[in-house]
Design a protein. Structure first.
Length: 296
C-alpha cells in the first residue's frame, strides 16, 4: 500500500539529492545550481512549518563527458529542473551538445525520457539519468559535426549576465536596525530600489542576479513575522557590461520611501502614494501583485 508523499517529503528528498550531487560533483564545471534562490526557498520551506510553497522550481546543470573515440572529450550538458512534485513525477531534463544536430538532440532526449519513465518513477533519479547520458549520449553524435567542431568547441562563449529585480513583501518593517541593514547592504552590493517601512513593508532591489540573491539570503536570516518574495524579474544581458546594467535600472539608488498618510497613525502608509510612485517608475503592475487590487 503506497501512501502519497507529502509536499514537504518531496521537498526534503530534493534537498538531500542536491546535497548528494554537490558532494559528488564539487566543481561548477560538473554541477551548477543556476537558481540559488529557489534552493533557499525550498530549504526554508522544509525547515519552517508555516512557510509557503516555493515560487520557482530548482534548476541546475550537470555536465557530462562521455569518452568518444575520435575527439578528445565531448561535453554534454544536462539542463535540469525539478518540478515541485519530484520525485513523484519525473524531472525535466534537456540534454544539449554542440555535436548534436537538432533532430539528434530530440531523439536523445526522448530516449532518455522513456528510460526514466520505465525505470525511475517515484524515486530520486538524477544520478541514473546522468549515468544513462554518460553511457549512451555519444551514440547520437553527428559524425560530420564531430570532425569540424573539435577545433571550435574549445572557443568559450562569452558569459551572459542576468539582471534581477526582487519585490519583497514583509508583514511590517519598523525596526531601525533592519531598516539600516537594508540600506547598507544594498549599497555594499551595488543594488538600487527602495524600501517602504511600516505595515506592510515593501522592499525592491535590483542589480546583478548574484547580488540580489546575496541580499535576499541576508535579509531572510533576520527575524520576521512574515517575509517573502512576491515577484521576481530576470533579464538576461548578452555579455552585459556596466552600462547594460545601468540601462536596466528603474531606480537610481536605494532609498527609504515614506508615504505617510496621517501623521497620527504614523505607520500606515498611504498606498495611493505608493501606487503613484510605482507608476512613475513604470512598475504600476507590481502594485496589483502586492495588494491584489487595481491601483487608483
Amino acid at each position: 500500500e503506497t501512501t502519497e508523499m507529502t509536499k514537504r517529503e518531496e521537498a526534503e528528498i530534493q534537498i538531500s539529492e542536491l546535497d548528494l550531487l554537490a558532494s559528488m560533483f564539487p566543481y561548477e564545471e560538473e554541477f551548477l545550481v543556476t537558481d540559488q534562490l529557489a534552493v533557499a526557498e525550498l530549504k526554508h520551506y522544509v525547515e519552517n512549518e508555516s512557510a509557503e510553497m516555493p515560487s520557482s522550481k530548482v534548476q541546475f546543470i550537470l555536465n557530462v563527458k562521455p569518452e568518444v573515440s575520435n575527439a578528445s572529450m565531448v561535453e554534454f550538458s544536462m539542463a535540469c529542473a525539478l518540478p515541485f512534485k519530484y520525485p513523484t513525477v519525473l524531472p525535466e531534463i534537456t540534454v544539449r551538445s554542440s555535436l548534436l544536430s537538432r533532430s539528434q538532440q530530440i531523439h536523445l532526449n526522448s530516449d532518455l525520457k522513456s528510460y526514466l519513465m520505465q525505470n525511475c518513477s517515484g524515486e530520486p533519479c538524477m544520478l541514473s539519468a546522468r549515468e544513462w547520458v554518460k553511457d549512451h549520449a555519444a551514440a547520437y553524435i553527428d559524425r560530420e559535426l564531430l570532425s569540424s567542431s573539435v577545433t571550435t568547441s574549445n572557443a568559450m562563449q562569452s558569459e551572459d549576465i542576468t539582471f534581477t529585480r526582487l519585490w519583497i513583501y514583509s508583514h511590517h518593517i519598523y525596526n531601525k536596525q533592519k531598516r539600516k541593514n537594508i540600506i547598507d547592504w544594498a549599497k555594499e552590493l551595488a543594488l538600487s530600489g527602495f524600501c517602504m517601512p511600516g505595515k506592510p513593508g515593501v522592499v525592491c532591489v535590483e542589480g546583478l542576479q548574484s547580488s540580489c540573491e546575496e541580499f535576499w539570503s541576508r535579509v531572510r536570516r533576520l527575524t520576521w513575522k512574515r517575509i517573502l518574495i512576491r515577484h521576481r524579474e530576470d533579464v538576461s544581458l548578452e555579455g552585459g557590461g556596466h552600462a547594460e546594467i545601468q540601462k536596466q535600472r528603474k531606480f537610481s539608488t536605494l532609498e527609504e520611501k515614506c508615504f505617510d498618510a496621517h501623521g497620527a497613525r504614523g505607520n500606515h502608509m498611504d498606498l495611493g502614494q505608493l501606487y503613484r510612485f510605482l507608476e512613475e517608475k513604470g512598475c504600476a503592475d507590481i502594485f496589483q501583485m502586492y495588494f491584489g487590487v487595481e491601483g487608483h
